[in-house]
Design a protein around this ligand. Structure first.
Ligand SMILES: Nc1nc2c(ncn2[C@@H]2O[C@H](COP(=O)(O)OP(=O)(O)O)[C@@H](O)[C@H]2O)c(=O)[nH]1
Ligand SMILES: [Mg+2]
Length: 348
């Protein structure tokens, strides 16, 4: 029988120490990567696993776990098409990272309206913080109500907090689990299941997000850039033709739209500073070596965004910054060509 790592679920092997699942001998419970992560918070190889939306053929209850960090990607998947016979509960995780001024009710209302427009149905929307163990009981009540003897699956993007939530639920049911959670995207490599009210609750590997910061920087550099604690927005009053540098990772230039307040949500480890648009690209190149966080050997490109009047937008850059501003405006983003940048209506 093949033995699996108790932290990520990969099949253990003793042949190749450069591949996932390596152990010196098969008496170990954790693969070398999970052992290092658990004991030393160390990630050597960032092998990002290109997981897709899991295929669940049975009629199940789906918990779609969406991090506040990925709100701009909320419409990326038509869940009703992926799981046509299964009710979906939308779980908004990481609410502890939101500024205290954010009105969650309004956010949920907006999501409902959008989903309705697309005829995409969520049987419930439950905001939680897996980290702070907040509202897990509310979610479990909703799960029990909607379960109706079905199996329950946790699905969502990598790093949305599925495994931590799975552990929290197991903990409340006094069930032991070994699955690991952590900042390394794509950590979970196989399904993990526990009994749940006469059926099963299963944690699944996350859906890969192309253009994540983990594909540009080593773990030690990007781990502090992920937004995992409350961030107060940094507000910049910008004139047209001014730019903001986000470390050496990207530049956001405000080209048109008049004098405007722009709110940046990012980890405190990310330095943001302002410059004139004229000097942006020259400065970016000449100063890149001085930035604490920089990306070298990448092809940088300019992407232009036109924002319509009276709509509040979120410009999400990879997983390290969310820029909020109201249209009308023209914005140019300078970043590596494979880095993710998404413009969506802001929910807060
Ligand atoms: N601040 C905060 N961090 C969280 C929350 N839930 C998960 N995390 C962190 O997010 C990272 C990814 O969590 P994980 O459960 O491994 O995500 P998965 O890839 O979806 O299984 C870990 O570093 C967790 O500690 C939350 O509610 N708030
Ligand atoms: Mg996981």
């Amino acid at each position: 029988m093949l033995k699996r790592c108790s932290g990520c679920g990969v099949i253990l092997q003793t042949e190749d120490d450069t591949k996932a699942g390596f152990v010196k001998d098969l008496s170990h419970e954790l693969c070398l990567d999970c052992f290092n992560l658990k004991n030393y918070s160390k990630v050597n190889s960032v092998t990002i696993h290109p997981g897709e939306m899991p295929v669940i053929k049975e009629e199940a209850l789906i918990l779609y776990v969406l991090s506040i960090n990925h709100l701009s990607l909320r419409l990326k998947y038509r869940l009703d098409r992926h799981f046509p016979n299964s009710p979906v509960i939308l779980v908004l995780n990481h609410i502890d990272t939101l500024d205290s001024s954010v009105n969650l009710n309004k956010m949920i209302q907006k999501i409902r309206q959008e989903a309705n427009k697309l005829q995409m149905k969520f049987v419930d929307i439950v905001p939680i913080s897996a980290l702070q163990n907040k509202y897990i009981d509310v979610l479990m009540e909703s799960m029990e109500y909607h379960q109706k003897n079905r199996n329950v699956y946790l699905v969502g993007f990598q790093n949305s907090g599925k495994s931590l939530l799975f552990k929290r639920i197991a903990n409340r049911l006094a069930i032991e689990t070994t699955v690991l959670s952590g900042k390394k995207p794509g950590l979970t490599l196989a399904d993990f299941s526990i009994p749940f009210h006469g059926a099963k609750l299963t944690d699944t590997p996350g859906i890969y997000l192309p253009g994540s910061i983990a594909s540009f920087l080593p773990f030690d550099a990007y781990k502090d850039l992920l937004i995992e604690s409350r961030v107060k927005p940094k507000i910049y009053q910008l004139n047209e033709q001014q730019s903001l540098f986000f470390g050496g990772l990207c530049a956001v230039s405000y080209l048109e739209g008049g004098f405007k307040g722009i709110a940046c949500y990012a980890s405190n480890a990310l330095e943001i500073h302002r410059t004139k648009y004229d000097e942006t690209y020259e400065k970016f190149k000449s100063q890149q070596d001085t930035f604490k966080h920089q990306i070298k050997d990448q092809k940088f490109v300019k992407k232009l965004f036109k924002l319509n009047p009276d709509i509040a937008y979120e410009l999400a850059i990879s997983d390290f910054a969310m820029v909020h501003l109201k249209g009308k405006a023209v914005i140019e983003v300078y970043l590596p060509d494979t880095m993710r940048v998404v413009l969506e209506e802001a929910l807060y």
